[in-house]
Design a protein around this ligand. Structure first.
Ligand code: GTP
Ligand code: MG
Length: 209
C-alpha cells in the first residue's frame, strides 16, 4: 500500500503513552513513527505529539499519539489528555523494578481521568537489556491478566514488538467497535471518516499555527 492510499483513513484513534521517567516512552513513539532510536534521554516537557496511519483488518486507522512526561511535576498537564484517548500504552522498564511497581499508580490515573472505553496495553520496554533484567516476563503477564490489559515486552532500540504494540491496541479497539456496534471514537469526539489528502494537509497546517 502506498503512502498516498494510507493518507485516507477510516478511523482516527488517539493514544496516550504513560509511565515513569526514562522508561522509553518517547523512544517507542520515535521507533513507531520514524523507525529510529535515540540514545540520549531528552526529558519530555509536558506532552509531545506523533502520528502514523496503519492498516488493521482492512481499515486505515490514523493513530495520533500523545507522549507524556514521566516526571511528577508534569502530572497535572498529563491529566488533561487522558479523556480524549481511546488507547493507552502503560510503559515500564524491565531493568528497573520500581517502574513496574508504579504501574498501579498509572492505572489509577487512567481510571480516574480517562474514558471508560479506553483500551490499555502494558509494555515492558528495554527487552534488549536482558542481562540487566529486574522484572520477569511472568510478572508483567500476571499484572496484565489481573487488570485485563494487553501485554508485550518491547525494545525501542531493536524495534522488537514496537509496531505490534500499537497494532494490537488498534485491533482490540476495532474489535470492540465491531462487537458492540458502538464507536466510542464517535464523530463528535475524534473519528474522521475518509477525508482526502488535501483536506488533511490543511487541517494539519491549521493545528501548527
Ligand atoms: P520522559 O520523557 O522523561 O518521561 O522519559 P521517556 O520515558 O520518554 O524516556 P526516553 O524515551 O527519552 O528514553 C530514556 C532513555 O532510555 C534514553 O537514553 C533511551 O535511549 C533509553 N531507551 C529507551 N528505550 C530503550 C530500549 O528499548 N532499549 C535500551 N537499551 N534503551 C532504551
Ligand atoms: Mg519522553
Amino acid at each position: 500500500m502506498t503512502s498516498k492510499e494510507l493518507s485516507i483513513y477510516d478511523y482516527m484513534f488517539r493514544y496516550i503513552i504513560v509511565g515513569d521517567m526514562a522508561v522509553g516512552k518517547s523512544c517507542l513513539l520515535l521507533q513507531f513513527t520514524d523507525h529510529k532510536f535515540r540514545h540520549q534521554h531528552e526529558l519530555t516537557i509536558g506532552v509531545e505529539f506523533g502520528g502514523k496511519t496503519i492498516e488493521v483488518k482492512g481499515k486505515n486507522i490514523k493513530i495520533q499519539i500523545w507522549d507524556t512526561a514521566g516526571q511528577e511535576a508534569f502530572q497535572a498537564i498529563t491529566r488533561t489528555y487522558y479523556k480524549g484517548a481511546i488507547g493507552a500504552l502503560l510503559v515500564y522498564d524491565i531493568t528497573r523494578h520500581e517502574t513496574f511497581e508504579h504501574i498501579d499508580r498509572w492505572l489509577n490515573e487512567i481510571k480516574a481521568n480517562g474514558s471508560k472505553d479506553i483500551c490499555c496495553i502494558l509494555i515492558g520496554n528495554k527487552k534488549d537489556l536482558e542481562d540487566q533484567r529486574q522484572v520477569k516476563f511472568e510478572e508483567g503477564e500476571k499484572l496484565a491478566k489481573e487488570n485485563n490489559l494487553l501485554f508485550l515486552e518491547t525494545s525501542a532500540k531493536s524495534a522488537e514488538n514496537v509496531q505490534e504494540a500499537f497494532m494490537q491496541t488498534a485491533e482490540k479497539i476495532l474489535e470492540q467497535i465491531t462487537k458492540t456496534g458502538v464507536d466510542p471514537t464517535a464523530p463528535s469526539k475524534n473519528v474522521k471518516i475518509t477525508i482526502d489528502e488535501d483536506e488533511e494537509e490543511k487541517s494539519e497546517k491549521k493545528k501548527c499555527c
